[in-house]
Design a binder for this molecule. Structure first.
Ligand SMILES: [Zn+2]
Ligand SMILES: [Zn+2]
Length: 655
C-alpha cells in the first residue's frame, strides 16, 4: 500500500492534460504555463515532516519555424474564409497571427536526454510545443536556458536534403503554404537510449508531413551543434515516436499515427549515418485510437512492447525481426489509460479515475501472460483525475499528478496536485538497509532512499534500529559505511536541536567534526594510493594537478594524524609518501602572505578544494548541491564527485 507524504500545488489558469517525466532527482511536470522542474531536496538539515523541494520553470517557447512563411507572402493580400478556418484549426498555421501564437502555444511533449549529454553528468530536456517548435534546455546556474533551437535549423537542413520542393520558394497559395508548414513543424520527438562514446547523442523528430528526421547532437560548453544524419519518408502524421535499442548498431523506431496504426522501422547506424532497413506493421487496424506511452523490454531473443490505446492496454511480443509471437490486449478498468511508466523492477499503469495498476509480465520463449493487480493507495482523491505517474531512481518514491475537477464556482484557482507517496508497509529500517546493501557502494543514486530516511526520522523522532557501534567500527575499512554514518549523525543532530530525540545515546560518536575529518582522511589516503598507481603505470609521469593533490593530501594526513594521535587511515603504505617530494606554495587571498598548512600566519580562512586539499584561487569553482563542498574547476573533465555525498560536483549550483 502507498501513502501520501507530501502534496504540492502547481496553479494553472485552464484545465490541461498534464504529464510527469522523472530523471534522477528531477521531476518535470507540465502545465499550461510551461514545464515545472522540481528537485526534491538534498537538504538533510530540513526539520520538516514533508519533502523539501526546489522549483524552477521553463516557459513554453513562443517561436515557430513557420512564422517566416507568412512574411511577404500572399496571405498579406487576404485569404478566403475556408483558408482562414484552416489556418485557425491547424496549430502549425497559428503563426499567421502573432497574438494567436503567443496566446495558444503550449507544451506538447518533453523528454530528458540520456545522462551526461551536456557533460558534468547533467542532462538536457527537449521541449516540443503544439505549434511544432523543438528547443533544448540545459541547467544554467539556478535556471534553465535554451541551448539549441532545432526548429531554427530545420529549413536549411531540409533544403539541403531536397526531399521536399515546398521549401524552395515562397508559397503562392494555401496548399503550398500548408505543405511548407507541415515540412517545418515537428509533431513528435525522442532521444536515443544512451549517449555515444564521444558524448554526442542521436535525436529524432517526426515532422507533420510524416517525415522522420535523425539528428546528431553534440554539446560543447552549453552550446549544441546539430547535424541531420538520416531520414525516413512516410506520409501519415506521427503523434508519438520511440527509440528501442536492439544492440549491434541496430535499433527500432516505433511510430504511432493518427489512424491508430503502429509501425516499426528497423534501422542501423554506421559512421553516424542512419539508414532504415525495413518497415513493419505492428498494429494494423485503423481504429483511430492513438497508441501512446510506449515502453519496452528487450531480451536475448524477444522484444516486448507495451502501450495504451485509449482504454486498452496492449502488450506484444516480437522476435528480433519484428515478427509477432504473441499479444495480449486487455481492458484494465474501462477508464482511459493516462500513463505507463517503469518503476524499479516493474511497469505501472494509471487510469484517469485515480487507479494505479502494477503490470506483471510473465514470458518465456513464445508465450506471454499479463496480470495487472491494483496498487492500493491509502488516501482517496474522489474529485480528481490522475494524469501522470513517475518513480524516483530506486523506485522508493512514487509521484502522481492529479487535477481536481471539483466545481467550486471559481472560488479556488485550478491546480495540479503533485503527490509524493511511499510504501507504507516498509518499516523504518527499510531505507537504511537498502542504502547499506547498495552494491555500487556509492551514495550517488541513493538520494531518494536518504530523503525518505530523513522524512521517517523527523516523523518518528528516532533513528532506525541499527548496531551503530558496529557500523562505525566497520567504517575503519569501508569509507562507504562512514558516509552513511555521517548522514545518520546529521539526522541525529537535527533531532537533538529539536530537543525531541528518542534515539539519544545510540551513536558512539556524535561530533560532526570528527566524522568529517575521518572521511577526509580516508579519502586523502585512497587518493594518494590511486595517484601512486597511475604514476607507476605511466612510467613516473606526475600531472600538475596530481602533484598538487599529493602535496595537499599529505598535509591533511599530517594534520589528521597529529590531531587525533592516529596512524595513517586505510591501507596506505607510509613508504609511498616518501616517493613524492612535491612542494607547492599558495598565497592567502586576504593578505597575500604564504599559506602554511591550511591558513596564513594571520589565520585568514581561504576557500579550500575538498578533493585536492589546496586553496581555490579562481572565482570559478565546483559545488556539491547537497552539502556545499567546494572543488577546483580544473577537475571538471573527470566528473568529480563529492567526498561526502558522492554527488557530481557542478558549476551550475553556484548561487
Ligand atoms: Zn592571510
Ligand atoms: Zn556533498
Amino acid at each position: 500500500m502507498l501513502h501520501e507524504i507530501t502534496k504540492l500545488h502547481i496553479y494553472i489558469s485552464k484545465i490541461y492534460n498534464t504529464n510527469i517525466v522523472c530523471h534522477n532527482s528531477l521531476i518535470a511536470v507540465c502545465s499550461d504555463k510551461g514545464i515545472h522542474i522540481i528537485d526534491y531536496s538534498y537538504n538533510l538539515q530540513c526539520y520538516d515532516k514533508k519533502l523539501d523541494y526546489f522549483e524552477t520553470m521553463i516557459t513554453a517557447p513562443k517561436y515557430s519555424p513557420v512564422s517566416e512563411l507568412f512574411e511577404n507572402s500572399f496571405v498579406k493580400n487576404g485569404v478566403r474564409n475556408s483558408e482562414l478556418v484552416q489556418m485557425i484549426l491547424d496549430p502549425t498555421l497559428w503563426p499567421h497571427n502573432n497574438q494567436l501564437l503567443n496566446e495558444m502555444t503550449s507544451i506538447a511533449a518533453f523528454e530528458w536526454s540520456p545522462i551526461n549529454f551536456i557533460g558534468n553528468m547533467d542532462s538536457a530536456i527537449a521541449v516540443l510545443t503544439n505549434v511544432g517548435c523543438v528547443e533544448l534546455f540545459g541547467p544554467n546556474r539556478l535556471n534553465w536556458s535554451c541551448i539549441l533551437n532545432l526548429s531554427l535549423l530545420m529549413k536549411n537542413n531540409l533544403k539541403e536534403l531536397s526531399i521536399t520542393k515546398a521549401l524552395d520558394q515562397t508559397p503562392t497559395n494555401a496548399k503550398e503554404l500548408q505543405e511548407a508548414a507541415h515540412a517545418l513543424a515537428t509533431t513528435a520527438i525522442c532521444w536515443a537510449d544512451k549517449i555515444n562514446k564521444d558524448h554526442s547523442c542521436y535525436f529524432v523528430t517526426a515532422q507533420k508531413n510524416g517525415f522522420i528526421l535523425f539528428w546528431l547532437l553534440r554539446c560543447q560548453e552549453m552550446q549544441v551543434e546539430a547535424k541531420l544524419i538520416g531520414h525516413i519518408e512516410s506520409d501519415l502524421e506521427i503523434l508519438h515516436i520511440s527509440w528501442v535499442p536492439l544492440g549491434n548498431n541496430k535499433f527500432l523506431i516505433i511510430t504511432s499515427d493518427t489512424l491508430g496504426k503502429v509501425f516499426a522501422y528497423v534501422c542501423t547506424v554506421e559512421d553516424n549515418l542512419i539508414t532504415c532497413l525495413t518497415k513493419e506493421e505492428l498494429w494494423q487496424y485503423r481504429d483511430k485510437m492513438i497508441a501512446k506511452h510506449f515502453n519496452y523490454i528487450v531480451s536475448d531473443e524477444n522484444i516486448i512492447l507495451l502501450y495504451s490505446k485509449h482504454r486498452h492496454f496492449v502488450v506484444q511480443m516480437f522476435d528480433k525481426n519484428c515478427k509477432l509471437k504473441s499479444q495480449e490486449v486487455t481492458n484494465i478498468n474501462d477508464y482511459k489509460i493516462t500513463d505507463i511508466k517503469k518503476g524499479q523492477n516493474n511497469f505501472y499503469l494509471s487510469t484517469i479515475n485515480n487507479k494505479l495498476h502494477k503490470i506483471e509480465i510473465h514470458h518465456n520463449y513464445n508465450t506471454l501472460k499479463i496480470q495487472t493487480p491494483l496498487v492500493e493507495i491509502k488516501e482517496s482523491y474522489p474529485t480528481s483525475e490522475l494524469h501522470g505517474i513517475g518513480f524516483s531512481a530506486n523506485g522508493a518514491l512514487c509521484m502522481l499528478a492529479l487535477i481536481d475537477r471539483k466545481v467550486l464556482w471559481r472560488k479556488e484557482p485550478f491546480k495540479i496536485d503533485l503527490l509524493f507517496l511511499i510504501n507504507s508497509t516498509n518499516n523504518h529500517d527499510f531505507e537504511v538497509k537498502a542504502i547499506l546493501n547498495n552494491p555500487s557502494s556509492k551514495l550517488t543514486n541513493q538520494w531518494d532512499n536518504i530523503e525518505i530516511l530523513r522524512y521517517k526520522t523527523m516523523k518518528t523522532k528516532m533513528l532506525p534500529n541499527l548496531d551503530y557501534k558496529q557500523l562505525l567500527a566497520e567504517s575503519d575499512i569501508d569509507i562507504y559505511n562512514l558516509k552513511v554514518y555521517y548522514i545518520l549523525l546529521k539526522l541525529y543532530n537535527n533531532l537533538e536541536s529539536l530537543c525531541k530525540n528518542s534515539s539519544k545515546g545510540s551513536l558512539p560518536e556524535t561530533s560532526v567534526e570528527v566524522i568529517n575529518d575521518r572521511i577526509h582522511a580516508s579519502y586523502a589516503s585512497s587518493c594518494i594510493e590511486n595517484i601512486h598507481k597511475k604514476y607507476k603505470e605511466s612510467n613516473c609521469i606526475l600531472e600538475d594537478i596530481d602533484s598538487e593533490t599529493i602535496y595537499g593530501a599529505k598535509a591533511f594526513l599530517d594534520y589528521y594524524c597529529h590531531k587525533y594521535k592516529k596512524g595513517l587511515p586505510g591501507t596506505l603504505d607510509p613508504s609511498v609518501l616518501e616517493i613524492f617530494k612535491t612542494d607547492h606554495q599558495y598565497i592567502c587571498q586576504c593578505c597575500d602572505k604564504e599559506i602554511e598548512g591550511f591558513s596564513c600566519k594571520s589565520g585568514h580562512l581561504n576557500m579550500f578544494c575538498s578533493l585536492t586539499f589546496t586553496p581555490i584561487e579562481s572565482d570559478n569553482y565546483l559545488v556539491c548541491k547537497a552539502c556545499g563542498s567546494l572543488a577546483r574547476t580544473e577537475l571538471l573533465p573527470n566528473n568529480p564527485t563529492c567526498v561526502f555525498c558522492d554527488l557530481f560536483l557542478s558549476k551550475n549550483f553556484n548561487k
